[in-house]
Design a protein around this ligand. Structure first.
Ligand code: NI
Length: 226
């Protein structure tokens, strides 16, 4: 699980919320695939609405160019983000996300390797509503600031705990990675983050950095799947 801080600034979050307060909202069960409908209880901004589509496209552009997100996910395809809202008593029980998704308004399908939640409400605006992810090391619960995003493997069991007061707004998406193997993607992320840090360190020679870049890109070449 990777936290991406301030993917949107506070001002951008306010602009998104302003627009989202004026669009039509639908029952979230309508978009749940298969089994997950039984545990899904929230509302979703109408994905066919022009304003909603524009907001989703703005996020798509941002996601595709964010260095930490690109490093962690190596995205090849990104599903247009969906905006959801949980009011009092609403929840999304334990589930795994669908493995294959049809891209909207396109014959294209994609595999979901990584899921991402972008939080649009501040943690003190609602009670409950944590994103809970089951990992091999136990449960992780997160409730970051508005504008922060959390990305995690789509195949991990996860849930949104019941909101007991207030409103939780978020945008969710799914991404197909160039590197479908999750452990390999995690190794590449760790390597890239270290190379980034070493680049800022004067004691590392140009040759050493070039060599590490070669290692990184050759590993991508060996593991990328199109
Ligand atoms: Ni999910």
């Amino acid at each position: 699980m990777v936290l991406i801080e301030q993917l949107l600034s506070k001002d951008e979050v306010q602009t998104f919320r302003q627009h989202l307060s004026q669009v039509p909202w639908l029952d979230g069960k309508g978009t749940a695939m298969g089994m997950s409908a039984a545990v899904k209880d929230n509302a979703q901004a109408d994905p066919e609405n022009d304003t909603v589509r524009q907001l989703a496209n703005q996020l798509l552009a941002r996601y595709g160019e964010h260095p930490k997100l690109v490093s962690a996910v190596l995205p090849q395809k990104i599903f247009p983000p969906c905006f959801n809202r949980y009011g009092q008593g609403e929840t999304y029980g334990l589930h795994v996300d669908a493995a294959v998704m049809r891209m909207p308004r396109s014959p294209d399908v994609m595999r979901s390797d990584m899921s991402m939640t972008l939080f649009l409400s501040e943690p003190d605006e609602y009670e409950g509503g944590e994103l809970l992810i089951k990992t091999e090391f136990g449960e992780q619960k997160v409730k970051p600031r508005a504008g922060d995003a959390v990305t995690y493997p789509s195949g991990s069991l996860h849930m949104v705990t019941p909101v007991t007061s207030g409103v939780r707004l978020a945008a969710i998406t799914w991404m197909q990675s160039l590197v479908p193997d999750t452990p390999m993607r995690e190794i590449l992320f760790e390597l890239d983050q270290n190379i980034q840090q070493l680049s800022a360190n004067d004691t590392v020679s140009r040759e050493q950095l070039d060599s590490l870049h070669h290692v990184y890109h050759n590993l991508i070449r060996k593991n990328a799947v199109f």
